[in-house]
Write a protein that binds this ligand. Sequence first.
Ligand code: 9WO
Length: 237
Amino acid sequence: MPWTACVLTLFPEMFPGMLGHSLVGRGLEEGRWTLDTIQIRDFAQDKHNTVDDTPCGGGAGMVMRPDVVTGGLDEAAKRYPLAKKVFLTPRGRPLTQEKVHELAEAPGVILLCGRYEGIDQRVLDEHDDIEEISIGDYVLSGGESAATVLLDACVRLLPGVIGKEASHEDESFEAGLLEYPHYTRPRVWRGREVPEVLLSGHHEKILSWRKTQAQRITQERRPDLWERYCKEIKGSA
Ligand code: 9WO
């Protein structure tokens, strides 16, 4: 069985969307992963197919009803009993490359996408195997774009989806550094030259230049990553 993604959403027509293109889309066509969607509205309990209601305690907006959401979750778990369950929310733990590896190594994922102001807390209390994950500190209009980001990051790690070259590139990122600068032809463009060392053919010097650049950029832009990197260097020395 290939790796499976099951997306619970009020907007199944948003999928595969971007994930139907390029290498990840090719992987889908080739059966290296599968995508299933479940329309949450199909589990509405009344004749108007209501999925949301007003927040208890008052306030703006609407909240997704627990009976409806749980209907969708139970159906997803029945189809994919071994998949990891994730709710995309700005309240979740941050998505990291380490977490992406963990999800890509599981048999698959069930992604719950919220709309409105969120879902009734009791759904999350009832299903204690749902992990809340955030892709960053901003609010979106719904979980679908975050689910797309998470899936893109996971699927590109699956065997055969991306060539060997690119997966090697990750290793510098996974060592805890940001990417070094890239160059291609022409050698001079608008008076700007490709750094001499990259044209030298001296492989060791090139590696060391790239590492220095990656360190400089990390130090400048991401003091959090830099601190962790320095600690890990010390630890492994
Ligand atoms: C809306 C809102 C309005 C007033 C006060 C607080 C509020 N929080 C939210 C909110 O989090 N709405 C979410 C919209 C409900 C779940 C789906 N939505 C969502 C997911 N927005 N942003 C994300 C998301 C997911 C993963 N990583 C970053 C953002």
